[in-house]
Design a binder for this molecule. Structure first.
Ligand code: FMN
Length: 397
């Protein structure tokens, strides 16, 4: 059977799936459920010294939205959005550390890893929270520079407000990495222009890994009432964000390689997505929205799905898949020319290819269609819309 173990920042994980920092990891009881379900790791809900960020969790609200961005009732579609507002851990650090130490003990019996997550509003606070986590026995600490909500809370300088200020973020990173023996991971916001530049700066400041990425801020009006859904702006994400996240994983791996490990979050729905995150370059894949939608068991099902996939494909280790799609990614100028070719025997003459050809390459003849080769750029639009698989093929030239 495939070996799902993976080494991340010097720590061995029994599998690459982590329950992301959120309500499913709100306290020891919840984290134990993630561990029992089979997650290789849990990232605790972000511990904070900010009363505002703790209080926000008391007023947490979320809705699963369908593709039209209407609230779901009952069945949630695969392409859902999670529209949500929540703060950080409910309990003050002294109390929350009891949840951590209890979970660390439990995880040790189950061969699972507990990652601490912290969020302060002051440089010294980041250091203090980091040390508390380290003393609590976690082998890794994640600094949450990605939480979108402080952006909407005047005067609360944490989360994304830090992640958008690269120099301040690096100052914190340097202070915390110098103060701690355990490696630190920086969780970033996607709402910046250049995460490759930022990741490089963070690595130089002492980060051993980045978490790419936290969620976006969104806004959804309710057209029936004319008011905002759940009273105002909120975080937004869901499985549809995956290609946006994978783009950054691809680029950070390409630029920094082994210098900086990557854990991926924001868009991983099931085991297929875990594979995509790994093939893009993420050692560890964090999952939140899908667990919030389907419950803890979802985690175990995805670990099994990953094992089955690896066995079927002949991957013996996670390392064999790590970054392979990114490493094979071509520059635009290297990509081959292709042309469409039509198997006229299979063509049902539906005319779809004619509608989507903007190069005047796909043309009707007395039988059905043919490709005027000198016009064809091999874009693949016809290949995608053709309803009979195998009728239109793309041939390298
Ligand atoms: C309700 C909710 C609460 C969250 N709380 C935290 C948090 O406390 N700390 C943190 O770093 N990320 C938090 N996140 C972000 C998740 O950890 C995760 O990175 C994000 O949801 C993207 O992953 P997904 O696509 O699997 O949902 C939260 C997300 C949601 C939806």
């Amino acid at each position: 059977m495939a070996d799902t173990r993976i080494e991340f920042c010097g720590v061995t994980f029994k599998n690459p799936l982590a329950a992301a920092s959120a309500e499913p990891t709100l306290n020891a009881a919840n984290m134990k459920k993630c561990i029992d379900a089979g997650a290789g790791a849990v990232i605790a809900k972000t511990m904070t010294d900010s009363p505002d960020m703790r209080e926000l969790t008391q007023r947490a609200k979320w809705r699963f939205l369908n593709a039209k961005h209407e609230v779901c009732h009952g069945k949630v579609p695969r392409s859902f959005s999670l529209y949500s507002r929540s703060g950080l851990a409910l309990e003050p650090p002294e109390d929350f550390m009891k949840e951590i130490t209890e979970t660390v003990k439990y995880a040790a019996q189950k061969d699972a890893v507990v990652i601490g997550s912290i969020g302060s509003t002051e440089i010294d606070g980041w250091v203090t929270l980091g040390k508390q986590m380290e003393d609590g026995g976690v082998p890794l600490v994640e600094l949450n520079f990605g939480c979108p909500h402080p952006k909407l809370m005047p005067g609360v300088r944490t989360g994304m407000n830090v992640g958008q200020d690269f120099d301040y973020a690096c100052e914190i990173t340097q202070k915390v990495s110098e103060a701690l023996d355990v490696p630190i991971i920086i969780k970033v916001t996607p709402q910046v222009t250049d995460l490759v530049l930022f990741s490089d700066m963070l690595q130089k400041a002492g980060a051993k890994a980045v978490t790419l990425t936290n969620r976006f801020i969104g806004f959804v009006p309710d057209i029936e009432t004319g008011g905002p859904l759940i009273y105002g702006k909120a975080g937004v994400g869901g499985p549809w964000t995956k290609p946006l996240t994978l783009r950054w994983i691809n680029e950070v791996r390409t630029a920094l390689g082994d210098k900086l490990h990557i854990t991926g979050t924001n868009g991983a729905y099931d085991w297929r997505d875990i594979v995509m995150f790994i093939m893009s370059g993420a050692h560890i894949v964090q999952m939140c929205s899908a667990v919030m939608c389907y419950g803890y068991d979802w985690l175990g099902k995805q670990v099994k799905g990953l094992e089955t996939f690896m066995d079927e494909k002949g991957y013996q280790t996670i390392d064999q898949m790590l970054g392979i799609a990114t490493d094979a990614c071509m520059e635009y100028g290297q990509m081959p020319h292709e042309k469409a070719s039509v198997d006229k025997k299979l063509c049902i003459n539906c005319g779809m290819c004619l509608k989507v050809c903007f190069s005047d390459a796909m043309q009707p003849d007395e039988e059905n269609v043919f490709v005027k080769e000198e016009n064809c750029v091999g874009c693949g639009g016809c290949y995608s819309v053709c309803p009979v698989k195998g009728t239109i093929n793309l041939v390298k030239v």
